[in-house]
Design a binder for this molecule. Structure first.
Ligand code: FEO
Length: 392
């Protein structure tokens, strides 16, 4: 890709990773991703905001081939997908000063072996002038890591937000073309890396209200000319109440648990509760993460393997525990051959979830009439609990 001018003397340097399918060896990327660097020229100085992943060295450096001078290399976030190429850029521009938050300075030294002598730590709210243009650094911690900050270009009202408001979405266009598609990708990204810190994210959103923003320029995915659409979505994800939604991540080996899940899903739907079952044997775990942003209830479905839950279910429970969704209720359903401690084991895997545990339903072998009656009662209980909270 070639760099593209978004305002006079402000360019995005898009490094589009069309075919990447996994991030951090954990997060599925069904639509690829991009790493956006930005070049901002003032009358006197030039700044590069963020860099790109080391796999994109050729792509980024070719877009910098006609750039003679960079004075500042801004690292909004020390993670390798944005700062991994800073050592390469810094070597090409030996006079350039690397700028990071106070925590970012240490993290760049730790993770990328950049000498701290080369890095200037800026305080929250500090500014740097480029000549007719001003970069203001706004600390926005935990929009992935603790050191993260955003950079606001005061005169142009552009917020360079790095992971914040970003989306793993490879695209040839620079700006958002389909808000729905971007919103889903951004929600997936929020769920996977920011949801556990949503109270801090809420504070960051509040802090950004002080800025007039015309363009949000993230370092993943398309730029937004209508910041309200993505900022309002974030407010809902972070601070809104859970929805009248039950998610059922499950595994079934011989069909008993699947029958129970299908029956429970039908009962819930019949009682007006939205329901999303996820067969963990085949599901995109990112879809489950998206659903966890909104779900009021999580029902985990598992057969019994060596007395405990299926290992894939244990993995999903551990992931949900790490993501700390805002669910209010949880339960377990499933099956066993002769004995089971699956319920106790799962309960021990989700201590971070501040949920009321609703009566589990475990059946021996095939589910029978009494088991289906218990599932009906569970659905009734879930619907009543959601009703008490007036969830929509
Ligand atoms: Fe896109 Fe946390 O890096």
């Amino acid at each position: 890709m070639k760099k593209k001018e978004i305002r006079k003397n402000i360019h995005v340097l898009p490094c589009v990773d069309w075919h990447r399918r996994l991030f951090d060896a954990l997060i599925p990327l069904p639509d690829g991703t991009s790493y956006n660097a930005y070049l901002v020229r003032g009358n006197e100085k030039t700044a590069l905001i963020d860099a790109a992943d080391p796999v994109m060295a050729g792509e980024l450096m070719s877009q910098l081939s006609d750039v003679e001078k960079i004075d500042y290399i801004i690292s909004n976030h020390a993670e390798q997908d944005h700062s991994g190429l800073i050592p390469v850029v810094a070597a090409k521009y030996p006079q350039a000063e690397v700028i990071a938050s106070v925590k970012g300075r240490g993290m760049l030294a730790d993770h990328l072996a950049i000498s701290e002598n080369r890095i200037r730590a800026v305080q929250d709210g500090e500014t740097i002038g480029l000549g007719g243009r001003t970069l203001k650094f706004v600390y926005t911690p935990w929009v992935h890591w603790p050191e993260t900050m955003t950079t606001y270009l005061v005169e142009e009202k552009i917020l360079f937000s790095c992971d914040f408001f970003g989306s793993h979405l490879a695209a040839s266009g620079v700006f958002v073309a389909d808000e729905g598609a971007v919103c889903e990708a951004a929600k997936r990204y929020y769920a996977e890396i920011m949801m556990p810190f949503r109270q801090i994210i809420a504070g960051n959103l509040e802090k950004l209200k002080a800025l007039e923003i015309e363009i949000i320029a993230p370092s993943h995915g398309p730029l937004s000319r209508r910041p309200a659409f993505i900022m309002d979505a974030y407010r809902d994800w972070v601070s809104g109440p859970p929805r009248n939604l039950a998610v059922i991540p499950f595994i079934s080996m011989h069909g008993s648990t699947a029958r129970m899940v299908n029956f429970l899903a039908g009962e819930l739907a019949g009682k007006g509760v939205a329901v999303q079952p996820f067969d963990l044997a085949v599901t995109d775990i990112g879809k489950l993460a998206i659903a966890l942003v909104d779900a009021a209830t999580i029902v985990i479905g598992t057969p019994t393997v060596h007395v405990g839950p299926h290992p894939v279910v244990s993995y999903a429970a551990g992931l949900a525990n790490a993501l700390r969704p805002k669910a209010k209720f949880a339960s377990v359903i499933g099956s066993y051959g002769w004995s089971s401690k699956a319920v106790e084991t799962i309960a021990g895997l989700i201590p971070n979830l501040k949920v009321e545990i609703l009566k589990p339903v475990m059946c021996k072998g095939l589910p029978r009439e009494s088991d289906f009656a218990a599932l009906s009662a569970l659905a009734e209980n879930i619907a009543a609990k959601h009703g008490e909270l007036k969830l929509k």
